[in-house]
Design a protein. Structure first.
Length: 141
């Protein structure tokens, strides 16, 4: 049976400081090792930062983050009622270009795609729903 945790953030940059503790707590309960926890923190920070900075176009709003986990996977679902935006439609950043040549933006979703096994976007009932899934390896004896 999956376990679930929830975090609600206001769309203010300073609210993002609550995210690492939430991810750490959930991951520790799920028995995830520190190296993967660091990667999951990076993926969640990138995804949540995009929502906080861009979803509400300067208006106040909230970002809901649900973590669902069992022995097979951990899933983070980020939901907001901001403007529709599907980050999965963004082209991957061209990492062959130098930093000076690369256009600004796009690296965050690239990192999220590299870290997570699945990145799914849906627009449901006027909400952006971004689901990030990471399969978990069985614990080694």
């Amino acid at each position: 049976m999956p376990y679930q945790e929830h975090l609600t953030l206001k769309n203010k940059v300073e609210e993002l400081t609550k995210l690492p503790e939430f991810v750490d707590t959930v991951c520790e309960k799920a028995g995830i090792d520190m190296a993967l926890i660091a990667c999951l923190n990076l993926a969640l920070e990138e995804a949540a930062t995009n929502v906080v900075l861009y979803a509400y176009e300067g208006q106040e709003g909230i970002v809901d983050i649900d973590a669902i986990y069992n022995t097979d996977y951990i899933k983070f679902v980020i939901t907001d009622t901001g403007i529709p935006f599907d980050p999965t439609q963004k082209e991957d950043a061209d990492t062959t270009l130098s930093a000076e040549e690369r256009p600004i933006g796009g690296l965050g979703i690239f990192l999220v795609r590299q870290i997570m096994d699945s990145v799914i976007y849906e627009r449901t009932d006027g909400k952006n729903v971004l689901t990030l899934i990471k399969k978990l390896e069985p614990a080694k004896e």
